[in-house]
Structures are given as structure tokens and as C-alpha cells.
Design a binder for this molecule. Structure first.
Ligand code: FCB
Length: 437
């Protein structure tokens, strides 16, 4: 690794991230079914129909996993709390075992000097709420606020930082317009409703956590650089629209009390009633913003209905996901978010990493190169004057990569999904050495 901890400012925080459904094993501990369970049960949605029933069995092995995180020299651990584990019906009866689990987990982080960085919702929607329309339902923000009260009422006193929702774009667009994630809808009206309701849920959850006396509260959004396929004005417009609904929509709601015009050209007729009155709730003050960044997409116009564009294959080297490696995008977005939206608020990279075809004993050099290049981009952003306060590796462990099942390996630690044995990869050792310097 050609980075070391001492290249970064004092107090710069290094962390690794995971999420509940991707690692815990949702068949354990009385968790309710999530819409990912039913999505995976439906042919064609998930590679080999795989689900999160066992995943990494983190539910039983979290002590070993947190030892691995601490052993790498990390300062923090970004994890998520499953709504369906805490409230199997989504509302009402609490699963005490679920609350106890997160209680033990947070204490185990603190015992290892890992700062608990919580995400309330990394996509584990309880099926009874999916039955009521999930994120299309205007009551979802209230139910989410209730869940926030229950889980943070128990662990909030020990949480270092918290964000309500991981990646609103994935909850809204990827899951309701492209249909790639649960609930697998392809419907513009469902998309508009979900994109707005998720922000309302975010705002209400922030207020609940403030009322509980919590601090260091933020929002975590994902970003993809939109590269026009050629120099034509049509390609520029197509890329600007992709950038609009992917990278600008949620920040615009959170910081500007409006949604981008270019996006509203398509979505406005489908927005929920009274949406433009909701920005006061959405804009509950934040202490930081987190950026999840992986790749760029090359965008070409086409003749399909709005948004009338498509992704085309790009020329850059690709990861196991088929995602182009484009570190400049990270520097771009850190600057963009700071200059256009957050204007001085602390920023964090809350996810960055790559999938690679790792096997035990074979060095994962492509991942080491990827991380080096993205940490260099983060350093450049710091030199540009961006108030970047931390960087988070995705992921600590190989895990359930959603619709792509267990095949795509993002971990710094290899997991054998037959034996569940953990083996640190070369990148894990390289990061440990870099963080010790
Ligand atoms: C992000 C998700 C995370 C993981 C990575 C690869 O969009 O937050 O759960 O799937 O991508």
C-alpha cells in the first residue's frame, strides 16, 4: 500500500462497513421475513435464488468478526440494524432477542475501541410492511420513526454516529424503477413515491434521534459518475439526467428544499400529494454527509420512454462486478458535494471497495491497487479543501451481494460459505500495515 495513516490529518477515521441482511443470518434470533427473502424466492431475481438465511452467520460469530476489524487497526465499524429483526411485523411487538443482539454487538465494538457507526435501514423491509405497499405507502415515514425510537431507545446512548438510510437511490430508483433490488418493481409512479417517502423517513428519524439526545447524525448517499458516451449535446443531456436522479436528487431535497428540474420533467406528475410541503421535515439539520462510491457509467441517449437513455460498456479496467475503475470520480464527488450542497459540513467516505474473484492464498492485488487509487483520490480532495473526516472500506467480509448472491467478493476477509471460515486476504494485511504507520 502506498498510503499510510500518517498521510491523513490527525483524527481522520478509518472504518469498515457491513450490513445486517448481508452478513447476520436472518434465519437466526427470531427475525421477521424481509422483502429480500421473498424477492430471492422468486425465480430470476437473485443468482441461484440465494438469500440471507445464513449469510456469514455473523449473528453467532460477531465477536470473531469484530476482532478482525479491530485487528486491522480500524477506528470505527459501520453496521446496520435490521428493522425486521427488531420488529418482525414492522410495527408493534418487539423481538427482544433482536434488541439484545444489537445491544451485545455495540458493547462488543466498544470493548474493542471500535466506534459504532450505525445505519438504521440497509434494506431489510419487514414483509408485513411490504404487503402494505412498502415505500410507496405514505405512512412508512411514521412507521420508520417508530422503529428508530425502539432501536435507538436501546442502543442510541452508545452510538458514535448514525444515519437513517443507506443509499436512498437504491431504495428508490434501483428497486422501484429498474427492478434490480427488492421489491423488484418497474414503475415510475412507485419510484416517485418511494424516492420522496424515503427522504421523509430520513428526516423523521433524524428528529427522533435528536430528541433521544443523540448527536453526530448524517445521511449516506451513493454516487456514480455519469460519463456521456460522446461529445453530442444529446449524450450530454442524457448524462446530466442520469446525474440528476442518481447524484443530485436526494442532496437537493436534503439541502435545497427542492428536486432538480431535469428530474422533475419525468417524475413530477407521479409525485405523492403535497410533496412540496415536506421539505421542512426532510431538512432536519445534519452533522455530516457520507458518500458511497464505486464506479462510473457511460450513458448514451436512446429512443425509449423517459429517461430515454441507456448504459453502454466503457473502456476502463473492470472489477468482478463489471464496474469500471474510476478513482477520479471520488475526488469529483467529494468536491461537488462540498461546493454545491454541504458547504463546510464534515464529509465521510462511507463505502468504497471492489469485488474480485478471490481464492484463499492468492493475493488480491487488484483490490490493493483499487484501494490505493481511491485513497489517493480522497487525499487529493483533502488538498482541494474538502472537509473529509473519514474513509470506510466496503466490506469487512465477503457477504451476500444482493441480487448477485454470494459470488461477488467485496471483503478484506475471505469467507468460505460452506464452512463459514474467515481468512484475511492480502488486502487486509496491507491495510493493517498502512494503518499502523
Ligand atoms: C452498495 C451497498 C452495499 C454493497 C455495495 C457493493 O450499494 O450499500 O450493500 O452491496 O454496494
Amino acid at each position: 500500500m502506498d498510503f499510510k495513516r500518517s498521510d491523513f490529518p490527525d483524527g481522520f477515521l478509518f472504518a469498515a462497513a457491513t450490513s445486517s441482511y448481508q452478513i447476520e443470518g436472518h434465519s437466526f434470533g427470531g427475525a421477521g421475513k424481509t422483502h429480500w427473502d421473498t424477492f430471492a424466492q422468486t425465480p430470476g431475481n437473485v443468482v441461484r435464488g440465494e438469500n440471507g438465511d445464513i449469510a456469514c452467520d455473523h449473528y453467532h460469530r460477531f465477536a470473531e468478526d469484530l476482532d478482525l476489524a479491530a485487528g486491522m487497526g480500524l477506528d470505527g465499524y459501520r453496521f446496520s440494524t435490521s428493522w425486521a429483526r427488531v420488529l418482525p411485523e414492522g410495527r408493534g411487538t418487539v423481538n427482544q432477542d433482536g434488541l439484545d443482539f444489537y445491544d451485545r454487538l455495540v458493547d462488543a465494538m466498544l470493548e474493542r475501541n471500535l466506534k459504532p457507526m450505525a445505519t438504521l435501514y440497509h434494506w431489510e423491509l419487514p414483509v408485513p410492511l411490504a404487503d402494505l405497499g412498502g415505500w410507496r405507502n405514505p405512512d412508512m415515514p411514521n412507521w420508520f420513526a417508530d422503529f428508530t425510537q425502539v432501536i435507538m431507545g436501546r442502543i442510541g446512548d452508545r452510538i458514535y454516529s448514525a444515519a437513517p438510510v443507506n443509499e436512498p437511490w437504491c431504495v428508490g430508483w434501483l428497486s422501484h424503477f429498474l427492478g434490480h433490488h427488492a421489491p423488484g418493481l418497474r414503475d415510475i409512479r412507485a419510484t416517485a413515491h418511494a424516492m420522496h417517502h424515503i427522504l421523509l423517513a430520513h428526516g423523521q428519524a433524524i428528529s427522533v434521534m435528536r430528541d433521544l439526545g443523540m448527536s453526530n447524525l448524517g445521511a449516506v448517499c451513493n454516487f456514480e459518475y455519469a460519463q456521456p458516451v460522446d461529445e453530442s449535446p444529446e449524450a450530454a443531456k442524457a448524462a446530466a439526467l442520469y446525474d440528476g436522479y442518481y447524484n443530485q436528487f436526494f442532496l437537493s431535497g436534503l439541502f435545497k428544499s427542492r428536486y432538480p428540474d431535469i428530474v422533475m420533467e419525468g417524475l413530477e406528475p407521479h409525485m405523492p400529494r403535497g410533496w412540496d410541503q415536506d421539505f421542512k421535515t426532510i431538512q432536519a439539520p445534519l452533522d455530516w454527509v457520507g458518500l458511497n462510491y464505486y464506479t462510473r457509467k457511460v450513458i448514451a441517449p436512446d429512443n425509449s420512454p423517459w429517461p430515454s437513455h441507456t448504459e453502454v460498456d466503457g473502456p476502463l479496467p473492470k472489477t468482478q462486478m463489471g464496474w469500471e475503475v474510476y478513482p477520479d470520480g471520488l475526488r469529483h464527488f467529494l468536491n461537488m458535494v462540498h461546493n454545491e450542497y454541504t458547504k463546510g459540513l464534515p464529509l465521510l467516505v462511507t463505502e468504497n471497495g471492489m469485488a474480485n474473484e478471490d481464492t484463499v492464498g492468492q493475493p488480491d492485488q487488484p483490490r490493493i491497487d483499487y484501494l490505493e487509487a481511491h485513497l489517493a483520490a480522497a487525499k487529493s480532495a483533502l488538498a482541494d479543501g474538502v472537509p473529509l473526516r473519514g474513509y470506510t472500506f466496503w466490506s469487512l467480509l465477503d457477504n451476500y451481494e444482493w441480487a448477485l448472491g454470494y459470488e461477488k467478493r467485496f471483503g478484506l476477509v475471505h469467507v468460505d460459505f460452506e464452512t463459514l471460515e474467515r481468512t484475511p486476504k492480502a488486502s487486509y494485511h496491507a491495510v493493517s500495515a498502512a494503518l499502523a504507520q
